[in-house]
Design a protein around this ligand. Structure first.
Ligand SMILES: Nc1ncnc2c1ncn2[C@@H]1O[C@H](COP(=O)(O)OP(=O)(O)OP(=O)(O)O)[C@@H](O)[C@H]1O
Length: 252
């Protein structure tokens, strides 16, 4: 069913080369897609290129080469041609997409300590130049079990509560894509499962495309609709190549 929905992000023929002194790392992504309502897992060993892929999807790292890189910016409009925006170095166009379409969940929550939880949650909407509906914040907080935390400071929350607030903040301004980098790294297994379940449910209910990067294969393979991993090999003394490929395609 999810296959019929047009991708929110579509990448074909991506190559990203990163070099440091003599060593060169080359990531190849023949095809990557995430659709509205899907949770896509990106899994693999340390150094295989997960963050490189996530930073590319987040439009903060320019591809070295790419055949096609599109983001659906609205239902009634043609997808934005990200490859063309990078090719002409259109920073205004790229930052408008970052601001309008994306929500981010970081490993440690990334909440600003000097703002209340509610102010943290409302920040992305403020940056977009709008206001958040109080009723939306409260109903999401209710669903995530953090309704009692809204008027506290982040320091007064447990790590699990901070991660839930970070998910709420990422989703509250109604992004089309949520990018989550090891969102459960700082919590125990039981909390990690609950957080992943929440993200998956919210993705479906709100038709958001979610990309989760994680080391924890067991955690995501039960939950992700689609999963990608990497075949990494040492090509020569200084060159490492990593191929990103699907390990699960389509809805489970
Ligand atoms: N700034 C950089 N310059 C050059 N090479 C880099 C840079 N950052 C990372 N790399 C190399 O790129 C490769 C992929 O790194 P990346 O951070 O994407 O891996 P990862 O899968 O996210 O790893 P981890 O799970 O440890 O965070 C690694 O071999 C790394 O050494």
């Amino acid at each position: 069913m999810a296959e019929a929905i047009a991708p929110m992000i579509r990448l074909d023929g991506l190559v990203k080369t990163r070099s440091q002194s003599e060593s060169v790392f080359e990531l190849q992504v023949p095809h990557f897609a995430v659709r509205p309502g899907q949770m896509v897992a990106v899994i693999g060993e340390s150094g295989c290129g997960k963050s490189t892929l996530l930073d590319t999807l987040a439009l903060v790292m320019a591809p070295t080469r790419v055949e096609r890189f599109e983001i659906a910016s609205g239902e009634a409009t043609a997808p934005s041609d990200v490859a063309a925006l990078w090719a002409r170095d259109d920073e205004d166009g790229l930052s408008a997409l970052r601001r309008d379409l994306f929500g981010y969940v970081l490993q440690t929550g990334g909440l600003l300590p000097f703002l209340s939880v509610r102010q943290n949650i409302c920040l992305p909407a403020r940056i977009k130049g709008g206001d958040m509906l109080a009723s939306r914040v409260e109903s999401l907080a209710d669903r995530l079990g953090v309704a009692g935390c809204l008027d506290r400071m982040p320091v007064a929350l447990s790590i699990g509560q901070r991660q839930r607030v970070a998910i709420l903040r990422a989703l509250a301004h109604q992004p089309r894509v949520v990018l989550a980098d090891e969102p459960t790294a700082a919590v125990d297994k039981a909390r990690a499962r609950a957080i992943m379940d929440d993200m998956h449910r919210l993705a479906r209910d709100e038709a958001v495309a979610v990309v989760v990067v994680t080391h924890d294969v067991d955690l995501v393979m039960d939950r992700a609709d689609v999963a990608y991993t990497f075949d990494t090999r040492q090509v020569s003394e200084h060159v490492t190549s990593s191929l990103c490929r699907p390990v699960r395609e389509g809805a489970p």
